[in-house]
Design a protein around this ligand. Structure first.
Ligand code: PMP
Length: 355
């Protein structure tokens, strides 16, 4: 605590990064990274971009990438905004679009950065409890359901539950709140959810945020993007240009374009993750776990007879890192990222030793 800090900074918890396996051969199933490497075409494009042109600033408009995303998702480049990971895109959306008179609405169990950004940017929040079976109930976001009519942010699939909302439910929420922004955070959408991007053509209050960190295996490159109406994109641009007019660096631009364009590799690796997730779910059921239906690259599971924190510690002893949350409603769950078949096999072997 320093006397120079603002009250907001004093209230923030220091960031504790997930454990990074450096020394031992740990199986890292705690941060939802893709177990497969990025497309070879991405690596080739980044290598090719490593030349003297690095002395030059990158394209402030990220034109080539916005065009590639536009082509891939059937939108105009003017409907695309690019940033350093979706965390940055989210931060800019909070500042530009979600700072409304009425509080921002989001689930009580969701991505932990939403309340943090509310604190940082002075945005009031209204958390909406998940149902008893850990679903988002769309009715809770329709007029008359809550107290206010503030903007909404929802991850689809939700994190850390992995449960997805059907597109029809997303559209009902977006259509019922035409005067405020509805952000759908689609970090995990490619592992089984239905993207809301096609709704952007009909709803100018919808902003869809995606990332290259998960389904395109590029968490290390830090690229995320938003798709929405030109009015929403211009709002994001205004805030971004006020503190850093260069969205992402030259190497990230080159790699991201190649990643978006290599659809075959993307489809293949997503399908592999989904297959392993389904096999892992069956294995966990075999040990007596309850596993929430997941549309993401992780599963959220609890065991009726075992304490989750102890289970996480026992797995750690076996060299396997999974994620345990201290939030009282979910502290009996483990979130397990889907690894390779071999990593998931190691997990199953470790569980055999524990049970
Ligand atoms: N949204 C959700 C729901 C997430 O889980 C994450 C990853 N932790 C992010 C956004 C941010 O991802 P990135 O900044 O790597 O794009």
């Amino acid at each position: 605590m320093s006397r120079f800090w603002s009250p907001v900074v004093a209230g923030l918890s220091p960031y504790v990064p997930g454990e990074q396996p450096k020394l031992r051969n740990l199986v890292k199933l705690n941060t939802n990274e893709n177990p497969y490497g990025p497309s070879p075409k991405v690596l080739e494009a980044i290598r090719a971009a490593c030349d003297d042109s690095l002395r030059l600033y990158p394209d402030p408009g990220a034109e080539q990438l916005r065009q590639a995303i536009g082509r891939r998702y059937g939108v105009e480049p003017a409907q695309v905004f690019v940033g350093n990971g979706s965390d940055e895109v989210l931060a800019l959306a909070f500042q530009a679009l979600l700072n409304h008179d009425a509080p921002l609405r989001f689930p009580d169990i969701t991505y932990s950065f939403y309340p943090v950004y509310c604190g940082l940017y002075g945005i009031r929040q209204q958390t909406v409890p998940l149902t008893t079976d850990f679903r988002i109930d769309p009715a809770d976001y329709l007029p008359g359901a809550g107290k206010g009519a503030g903007p909404v942010i929802l991850p689809n699939p939700n994190a850390p539950t992995g449960r997805a909302l059907p597109l029809g439910d997303i559209e009902r929420i977006v259509a019922a709140n035409p005067d405020v922004v509805v952000v759908v955070d689609e970090a995990y959408i490619d592992f089984g959810g239905e993207s809301a991007v096609p709704l952007v053509a009909r709803h100018d209050n919808l902003l869809v945020i995606q990332t290259l960190s998960k389904s395109r295996s590029l968490a290390g490159l830090r690229v995320g993007y938003a798709i929405g109406s030109t009015a929403l994109i211009e709002g994001l641009d205004r805030v971004k240009n006020s503190f850093n007019s260069y969205p992402i660096d030259r190497l990230a631009l080159a790699g991201a374009v190649a990643a978006i364009e290599d659809d075959a590799y993307f489809q293949q690796t997503c399908a592999a993750v989904v297959r392993t997730r389904d096999a892992l779910t069956a294995d966990l059921h075999g040990f007596g776990f309850e596993v929430l239906p997941s549309a993401a690259n992780f599963v959220f599971a609890r065991h009726p007879g075992r304490d989750a924190a102890q289970l996480a510690a026992a797995l750690r002893q076996e060299g396997i890192i999974v994620r345990h949350f201290r939030h009282p409603r979910i502290d009996q769950f483990l979130r397990i990222s889907v690894g390779t078949d071999a990593e998931c096999h190691s997990l199953v072997q470790a569980l055999k030793g524990i049970f």
